[in-house]
Write a protein that binds this ligand. Structure first.
Ligand SMILES: Cc1cc2nc3c(=O)[nH]c(=O)nc-3n(C[C@H](O)[C@H](O)[C@H](O)COP(=O)(O)OP(=O)(O)OC[C@H]3O[C@@H](n4cnc5c(N)ncnc54)[C@H](O)[C@@H]3O)c2cc1C
Length: 467
């Protein structure tokens, strides 16, 4: 029996643990799997809290089906019956610009027709068609890339809020290759963004596929009846007694050809260790074994965030709330990054006749707001609800969740540094890297990486004579 210890019980660790078990079983390798989670409940950033009939998500509201891994995991777990598809209206996304909400066009090419950009901004965006291609494969900041291709106004009004919405990040330091790989790939492959999107639309048409081809994420949003937290909760349940909550990995020590994971309550032997904690925690564990990997990991910054769930009587909000919600460009000078209209996206998120909003505050744009005292934080949120949606009444439900280290930031050169980290870790033997700090922060990225981890660990176990 081979021993595998997964450190970190967020979605990355839980899905990696399941993938290791599956991949080992396929190869006929017996595995004793232990997952150590520091908190008392598994799930990490993903938790769905039902209170007073409202369902408040502490992190993600769902996952897109534009990448298959989370949907495939859901099927393998046999929990498709728990899936909720988002309302068709959730395709409608808004942007708060020039003091009002504007609907974002669903097809990026029709930005040309939309009200979001000025005529000058549209002309600059259209100039992308004629501009020379940048150096293929060269990383630069998201802001540099966007300015170069589609101009300053598109950066301010479209990409800055999108960067805040996905990464709570600052496009002037984010890596375009690590954060928006598809966008950079379109330039590298087709010479420009508009050329690429037109070519992709043509290809889709020729293949009889429907729908616009976008440089953005695309796809349909899904969750589960009782929220995104269902996935980690049921993964942990499946893994059973192997999941040890309230157990922090304090140190990683050599043990012959394997490892010992030290915790306050004792040690766990491992032939293979999967590190699925945030980078700063993995950095501490690796410090005695690779100074370089540890240093690079500890340098991956994280942003603070406050997630504020507000419940209102529907009648007290003048907006029809027929969409996903909105994001706000930095230039608007507002206090929130944006707001999800949670009860418009999925049913069952608020009691009958009520509406649930999820407001995001902080991030790289305004970290100080994420740590405001509760009174001030709520006052700011009430202001924002009044200005953006005309909701001037008091919310009747409030839930605040704060993350001191919410989302890792992929800065320019991120993927080169990850290569060095991987090289160092691979030289140690018996350690595999997981978690959202390296190859993508989305739920799909975590579950996709988990599948790969399953294969990598099973292969290593097979090589060392697993049976
Ligand atoms: C507010 C917010 C909104 C988001 N929205 C979306 C969204 O809409 N769509 C989307 O796809 N993604 C979204 N994300 C991103 C996504 O939720 C995360 O990337 C993903 O959940 C990260 O999972 P993880 O397991 O890698 O990390 P985490 O969830 O951070 O889990 C790491 C775990 O490791 C544990 N740990 C740390 N140190 C130790 C130790 N020494 N020993 C044992 N355990 C340890 C921690 O307690 C934690 O449980 C959002 C994230 C946030 C914060």
């Amino acid at each position: 029996m081979k021993k595998v210890v997964v450190i970190g019980g967020g979605l990355s660790g839980l899905s990696a643990a399941r993938a290791v078990k599956d991949a080992a079983a396929e190869r006929g390798i017996g595995v004793e799997l232990t997952l150590l989670e520091k908190d008392d409940v598994p799930g990490g950033k993903i938790r769905s809290l039902r209170e007073d009939g409202y369902l408040c998500e502490t992190g993600p509201n769902g996952f897109l089906d534009n990448k298959p891994s989370t949907m495939a995991l859901t099927r393998r777990m046999g929990i498709e019956n728990l899936l909720y598809k988002s309302d068709d209206n959730a395709r409608k996304r808004f942007i708060f610009t020039n003091g009002k909400l504007e609907k974002l066009p669903e097809d990026p090419l029709s930005f040309i027709m939309s009200e979001v950009l000025s005529i000058r901004g549209k002309l600059r965006l259209a100039a992308d068609f004629f501009l020379p291609q940048g150096e293929p494969g060269k990383d630069e900041t998201v802001a540099e890339f966007v300015r170069r291709r589609i101009g300053e106004e598109a950066l301010d009004k479209l990409i800055d809020p999108m960067s805040a919405g996905i990464y709570a990040g600052d496009p002037s330091v984010m890596s375009v290759i690590a954060c928006f790989p598809k966008v950079k790939m379109i330039e590298d492959q087709f010479g420009g963004l508009l050329k690429g999107m037109l070519a992709m639309q043509k290809m889709a048409k020729a293949q009889g596929r429907q729908g616009p081809q976008s440089a953005g994420p695309g796809g349909t949003l899904w969750s589960y009846g009782e929220g995104a937290g269902v996935l980690p909760t049921l993964l942990a349940k499946e893994l059973g007694e192997g999941v040890k909550t309230g157990v922090e990995a304090r140190a990683l020590e050599r043990n012959g050809s394997g490892w010992l994971v030290a915790t306050e309550g004792g040690e766990y032997e491992a032939d293979e260790v999967v590190l699925a904690t945030p980078a700063y925690a993995a950095s501490k564990l690796l410090a005695p074994h690779s100074e370089e990997a540890s240093r690079l990991m500890s340098n991956i910054p994280y942003v603070k965030m406050a997630v504020v769930c507000l419940g209102y009587d529907k009648g007290s909000v003048p907006h029809p709330l027929d969409g996903f919600g909105f994001l706000i460009p930095k230039k608007e000078g507002r206090k929130i990054l944006g707001s999800l209209w949670s009860s418009s996206i999925f049913p069952n998120r608020a009691p009958e006749g009520k509406a649930l909003f999820t407001l995001m505050m902080g991030g790289a744009r305004s970290p100080e707001l994420a740590t405001l005292p509760e009174e001030e934080l709520l006052a700011a949120c009430r202001d924002e609800m009044a200005v953006t949606l005309g909701a001037t009444k008091e919310p009747e439900f409030v839930k605040i969740v704060r993350w001191d280290k919410a989302i890792p930031q992929y800065l320019v050169g991120h993927l080169d540094r990850v290569k060095v980290i991987e090289r160092e870790i691979s030289a140690l033997g018996g350690v595999t890297l997981g978690g959202n700090a390296y190859y993508g922060i989305g739920i799909n990225d975590c579950t996709m990486r988990a599948e790969l981890i399953g294969q990598m660990v099973a292969e290593k176990l097979a090589k060392t004579g697993g049976a």
